[in-house]
Write a protein that binds this ligand. Structure first.
Ligand code: ZN
Length: 882
């Protein structure tokens, strides 16, 4: 029986979850590895839980042999279709053996077993999350089937000198035909998505590590020969992450070897395969000449993230893919805590909130909105989203904040011990956190089920005669796809009250016997609630949602004067920055609306000018740098329906220009002072200094374009770090300076053959905010260094253009949409996950003003009309159009 007719894509529902009817307790895999054809032999030791025919997932596998309990099966004894294999004769305790052939070099989807690099010298590797294992062998490919893996790799020793799989080594040898074999056993039962192997020409660096529990571990980072020198920073970061997890969560590593491998061909950031993490090279390789300060931070974050998964994800995994945020939200939160400890906590929080507002809020406000725990999916690959990751992390942060550090640790300890070795649910996590502390956290489950960003409004009333300040808080969430009605959620609102001289007031909440200090957390649980503060001497200025205590939109009618006061006096870096952002948004609103009122713009510029000129020792230069930028065009664009992105961009430019002009005279001196202290060092003060220098340079190009461009060119040429060089190049390109071409040309020649650097070069040009950027992108797509096969290249050029160029992509004639639509069709034929990710750039099409909306719709229709679309892309398009 061989029926490969396509079946309609079924919707999978959380409500339909059933435990597996069949489990695999042990699996033995033998790989006969070769680039063009690899043969995989799998022996599955089956356990029947329910009387149902055995079904195994399998896609694009060529079945060579199949036997059950040692007897070859006739074609009538199993059923094979495009989705997998059904074997009615399997019994509890049966051993099924299959042999399949797969074609790694043909695998352009980068899911399953594939080739990284060239046919003759590249290496083989796997990617199995979420459903790649079924492209390697027939298996119940679901995360609640935990099996013990024994893996034997057999290959030509000259072509594949290094052979790696998760777990521990269990012997090597030479076969009669001269090939080498190496066996690995992983003692920890794991789901198939955590399986991994790597084979090929790779170099390694190694470091001995002793865990707090006393286990000796060999840490090994592998990369191709030309990249191995760039692995040292990642090794240091790995060691820091391991120590941190021992100290903060009491989590130790649990195998004798921890492998990390870098590849240039990867769909995502990195993957936490048990004992064998695989990284997109861009989150692993670093060297002082080509890596920017931001990239150093990203590498440390991703290294930590994947390492932390060993507990939050691997030792305790997800029962089903609806629970994805159980591992991802929790692990992102752990990563964020780590990063906050390693460097400036304020900058880290600014980064997090920025990402949330730029990426997650638009997702939550558009047709692709879904709960942190989705209720259904047709293509799970499309749920590795900012909502599941970043909003998921915010939910864990709220829980951690609700408990406080000590009780949160008590809760995570219980979670890790209680569920070790299990496939768990989000309820399990909340129950453990609550039970360890005699608390019921179940009201927070509603956050996981409800899509959309709640909007909180606040109204403050001061009564001088009673010296009372009444704060009325209300919440409301707009309907999202499939969820017309929204319930109120528990929203922790951290706040402080400021007097007009910038002092923080002691807080007396009505009904509380004593002062609660100068900061408190109000729990908004209903649609509307009122909180009364007593003994308030004068009308205060509230600083609300401090530290971004809940992932909500905020509406509070603050006057520019009040926001300026917070910008000046808030003691917390994040809140100070945030006040500035709100003030800038108010300035932007007035300008965009063509209003005469310049009070917000004046307040923003004047306050920042004061801070800029004031004693620099008081303010972290990196924080100041971030304060000197307006909110992104995406954040500002979210304030409009219908939306004209070009007009948003223009108004945003105008407020930044106004700031530059206001600062004008003091910029050159500060710039030179900053440049003079450049040492090329990587420590936090040096990074902060460079961040501010880059920002000042960009403002200089606005305040005095010819002078600024000359300085930028000089900085470009004399730069000691990639941070400085790239900042100069970016400033020139953004400003459309005459020197930009020359610098771009030089950059291209200087870093030829360095893909990670060329990605920056592609992205900068793709983001140049002009309508002509499209022609530039079209030209760059023909550059020999560009390839539709490589996800990093596609995201650097096309992703940066579609997501980061409000003017070029959103040309009113629709040419930008049309161009991306055509590329999407080509990419989809190669790599559906990559195409689906790029297609999300259209997620806000419905809010565009009529002309652009019609053009975007036309482009979407064009994609839809082409035949043979992948499930991933079809799912995104269908949901965007609903
Ligand atoms: Zn993760």
């Amino acid at each position: 029986m061989n029926d490969s007719a396509a079946q309609p894509d079924a919707t999978v529902r959380l409500a339909d979850y059933r435990p597996p009817a069949w489990r695999v307790r042990r699996v033995e895999l033998v790989f006969d590895l070769a680039v063009d054809a690899t043969v995989v032999t799998a022996r599955l030791h089956l356990q029947c839980e329910r009387d149902e025919p055995l079904h195994l997932d399998g896609e694009e596998l060529e079945l060579l042999d199949i036997s059950l309990d040692g007897r070859a099966l006739a074609a009538t004894e199993y059923r094979l279709d495009a989705r997998g294999l059904t074997i009615p004769g399997a019994r509890d305790g049966s051993m099924l053996e299959t042999r399949v052939r797969i074609a790694p070099a043909q695998n352009t989807a980068l899911s399953g077993l594939y080739l990284s690099g060239s046919h003759d010298s590249g290496f083989l590797l796997t990617q199995c999350e979420a459903q790649g294992f079924r492209r390697i062998t027939f298996f119940p490919d679901r995360p609640d089937v935990l099996a013990q893996y024994t893996v034997t790799l057999r290959a030509d020793a000259a072509r594949f000198p290094v052979l790696l799989a998760g777990g521990g080594p269990d012997g090597t040898g030479t076969l009669p035909d001269g090939r080498r074999w190496a066996r690995f056993v992983d003692p920890y039962p794991k789901p198939s998505y955590l399986f991994a192997l790597v084979a090929g020409h790779l170099e390694k660096i190694e470091r001995a590590y002793r865990t707090a529990e006393g286990r000796e571990v060999s840490l090994r980072i592998y990369a191709e020969a030309d990249a191995i020198d760039g692995c040292g920073y990642a090794m240091d970061a790995l060691e820091r992450a391991m120590r941190w997890d021992e100290r903060v969560y009491g989590r130790n590593y649990d195998l004798a070897i921890f492998n990390v491998v870098a590849t240039h061909d990867f769909n995502m950031g990195a993957m936490e395969n048990k004992g064998l993490n695989i990284f997109n090279a861009k989150y692993l390789l670093a060297d002082p000449e080509t890596t920017t300060d931001d990239e150093y931070r990203h590498i440390e974050a991703v290294i930590a993230h994947e390492y932390f998964h060993n507990w939050s994800g691997n030792r305790i995994t997800c029962r089903d893919w609806f629970q994805l945020s159980l591992k991802e939200g929790f692990t992102v939160f752990r990563e964020q805590q780590f990063c906050a400890d390693m460097q400036s906590a304020a900058l880290q929080r600014i980064d997090e909130v920025g990402t949330l507002r730029r990426v997650q809020f638009p997702e939550d406000a558009g047709p692709l909105a879904h709960p942190v725990r989705p209720a259904e999916y047709t293509a799970i690959d499309n749920f590795y989203t900012a909502t599941v990751y970043e909003k998921g992390a915010e939910l864990v942060r709220m829980l951690a904040g609700r408990l406080g550090a000590l009780r949160f640790r008590r809760g995570t300890d219980l979670y890790f011990t209680r569920h070790d070795g299990q496939a768990a649910t989000i309820e399990d996590l909340l129950a453990a956190l609550g039970e360890a502390n005699d608390l019921d956290l179940s009201p927070y489950l509603a956050w996981y089920a409800q899509a959309g960003t709640p909007c909180v409004t606040a109204q403050g009333d001061y009564d001088a005669s009673t010296r009372r300040y009444t704060l009325t808080l209300a919440q409301q969430t707009a309907p999202t796809a499939g969820q017309p009605e929204k319930s109120p959620l528990p929203i922790p609102v951290r706040l402080a009250l400021f007097a007009c001289d910038g002092r923080r007031l002691p807080l007396h909440l009505q009904g509380e016997p004593a002062s609660v200090g100068d900061e408190c957390v109000l729990e908004l649980t209903q649609r509307e609630q009122r909180f009364v503060f007593t003994d308030v001497d004068a009308r205060p200025v509230p600083s609300l949602l401090r530290g971004f205590s809940a992932p909500v939109q905020w509406q509070y009618a603050c006057s520019p004067r009040e926001l300026a006061l917070l910008l000046r006096y808030e003691s917390e870096g994040y809140d100070r920055w945030n006040a500035g952002q709100q003030l800038a948004a108010a300035a932007y609103d007035a300008l965009h609306a063509g209003a005469q009122d310049r009070s917000a713009l004046d307040a923003w510029c004047a306050t920042l000018a004061d801070l800029f000129e004031a004693d620099t020792a008081q303010l972290d230069p990196a924080l100041l740098a971030d304060m000197l930028a307006a909110p992104s065009a995406i954040e500002l664009g979210a304030r409009h329906d219908p939306l004209d992105p070009e007009r948003v961009h223009a108004a945003r430019e105008a407020i930044e220009d106004a700031l530059a002009i206001r600062l004008g005279e003091v910029l050159p001196a500060r710039y030179h002072a900053l440049r003079q202290s450049e040492s090329g060092a990587l420590d936090a003060p040096a990074q902060a200094r460079r961040r501010l220098q880059g920002r000042v340079l960009a403002l200089l190009l606005r305040a005095d374009p010819p002078f600024g461009a000359a300085l930028a060119m000089k900085q470009y040429e004399q730069a000691q770090t990639m941070t400085d060089r790239l900042a100069a190049l970016a400033a020139l390109v953004r400003a459309g300076a005459a020197q930009a071409e020359q610098a771009l040309h030089d950059f291209r020649a200087r870093y030829d053959g360095k893909p990670l650097v060329l990605d920056k070069w592609f992205a900068l040009q793709a983001q140049a905010p002009t309508r002509e950027a499209l022609a530039r992108v079209q030209l760059l797509a023909d550059d020999p260094a560009f390839s539709l096969h490589n996800p990093n290249r596609v995201q650097a050029l096309l992703g940066a253009f579609a997501r980061g160029n409000p003017v070029g992509f959103h040309r009113p004639d629709g040419a930008g949409y049309h161009y991306i639509a055509d590329r999407l069709i080509e990419i989809d034929a190669l790599n559906p996950q990559n195409a689906a990710r790029l297609a999300k750039a259209f997620e806000s099409w419905h809010r565009l003003e009529p002309q652009r909306r019609a053009a975007a719709l036309l482009a979407l229709r064009e994609i839809e009309s082409h035949s043979g679309m992948s499930r991933d892309l079809a799912d995104i398009l269908a949901r965007m159009r609903d």
